[in-house]
Design a binder for this molecule. Structure first.
Ligand code: AMP
Length: 284
C-alpha cells in the first residue's frame, strides 16, 4: 500500500491502472477510520482491482464554530488500518494541495436536498461536501464510489450531484455499522465522555421504537415522534437538533405512512457537546 499526497501522482497512478484494464473503487473519508469505513473498503475491495481511500478533513464543510480544528486525525493509525484491509492507495492531500494558497471560489450547491435536516443547522455544509466530492471524483476518476447510509442526506446529495452533472461514477450506498449496543460508529464518538457514551444508544433506540410501531401499523408519524421527543427530553445530556421523517427520494418531511409506503426517520442530537446523527428505514 502506498500513500500519495499530490494530485499529479494519484492521477498518474489511476491512469496506469486503467491502462492495465483494472477498475477503481473509491472510498472518500475524513480519516480516523473505524469499522464503518472498513465496511465501505470491504465492499470496494470485493468489486475492484484497485481500492483508493481518500483521507481529507475538508475545511469547506465545517462552519466557523464547528470542530474543524479539533476533528480527530491519526494518519499512521489510518495507514495501518487500510493496509490490513487490503487498500492499494491512500490519497491524503493537504488543504493547500486541494484548494491552493488562495482557496477555492467555486461551490457546488445541490438545491432542495441540502437545505433542511443537517443543512438547516449546518449552513453551507452540503455545499462543502458536494464541492469536495465533485473535486475528488475529478481527480480520482473511479468507476464506483462507496458512501455510508449513516449520512443518508449526504448519500442522496452525492447521487443527485453525479446524475445532474453526468459524472461517470456509480454511487454505492453501504449499510450503517454499529457498536454492540446499537450506537452508529462515528469518528466523533471519540469526543463522548463516559457519561455521554452511556446514553448515546438512546438515539438508535428512539428510531427503533418508531420503526417498530410503524411496522405494527401506526401511521401517524408526528404523534410517534412527539412521544419520542418527550421521552428524550428526560435525558439531561441529550438535546435534539431534529427528529424528522422524510420520503426516500426528495427527503421532504412526511407526516403519515400508508401501507406499502417507505420513509426514513432521521435524528440529529447533541449528546453532551457532541452532535451525532442516525437514521432508520420505515416500512409499513
Ligand atoms: P467520514 O469520515 O465521517 O466523512 O465518513 C466517510 C464515509 O464513511 C461516509 O460515506 C460515511 O457515511 C461513512 N460512514 C461513517 N460512519 C459509518 C458507519 N457507522 N457505517 C457505515 N458507513 C459509515
Amino acid at each position: 500500500m502506498i500513500t500519495i499526497h499530490s494530485i499529479e501522482e494519484i492521477r498518474l497512478y489511476v491512469e496506469q491502472a486503467k491502462q492495465r484494464g483494472e477498475t477503481i473503487g473509491f472510498v472518500p473519508t475524513m480519516g480516523f477510520l473505524h469499522e464503518g469505513h472498513g465496511s465501505l473498503i470491504d465492499h470496494a475491495r470485493g468489486d475492484h482491482q484497485q481500492v483508493i481511500v481518500s483521507i481529507f478533513v475538508n475545511p469547506l464543510q465545517f462552519g466557523p464554530n464547528e470542530d474543524f480544528d479539533r476533528y480527530p486525525r491519526d494518519l499512521p493509525k489510518d495507514q495501518a488500518f487500510c493496509e490490513a484491509r487490503g487498500v492499494d492507495v491512500i490519497f491524503a492531500p493537504s488543504a493547500k494541495v486541494m484548494y491552493g494558497e488562495e482557496g477555492a471560489l467555486t461551490r457546488i450547491h445541490v438545491d432542495a436536498l441540502g437545505d433542511h435536516l443537517c443543512g438547516a443547522s449546518r449552513p453551507g455544509h452540503f455545499d462543502g461536501v458536494a464541492t469536495v466530492v465533485a473535486k475528488l471524483f475529478n481527480i480520482v476518476q473511479p468507476h464506483r464510489a462507496y458512501f455510508g447510509k449513516k449520512d443518508f442526506q449526504q448519500l442522496s446529495i452525492v447521487k443527485r450531484l453525479v446524475k445532474d452533472l453526468s459524472i461517470p461514477v456509480e454511487i454505492i450506498g453501504v449499510d450503517i455499522v454499529r457498536e454492540a449496543d446499537g450506537l452508529a460508529k462515528s469518528s466523533r464518538n471519540a469526543y463522548l465522555t463516559p457519561e455521554d457514551r452511556t446514553v448515546a444508544p438512546e438515539l438508535q433506540q428512539t428510531l427503533k421504537r418508531i420503526q417498530a410501531k410503524v411496522a405494527e401499523g401506526a401511521s401517524d408519524l408526528d404523534q410517534l415522534m412527539e412521544a419520542e421527543r418527550s421521552r428524550l427530553a428526560s435525558f439531561e445530556r441529550i438535546r435534539i437538533d431534529y427528529l424528522t421523517c422524510v420520503d426516500l427520494l426528495q427527503l421532504q418531511p412526511i407526516h403519515k405512512l400508508d401501507v406499502g409506503e417507505e420513509g426514513v426517520c432521521a435524528i440529529a442530537a447533541f449528546v453532551g457537546n457532541t452532535r451525532l446523527i442516525d437514521n432508520i428505514l420505515l416500512t409499513r
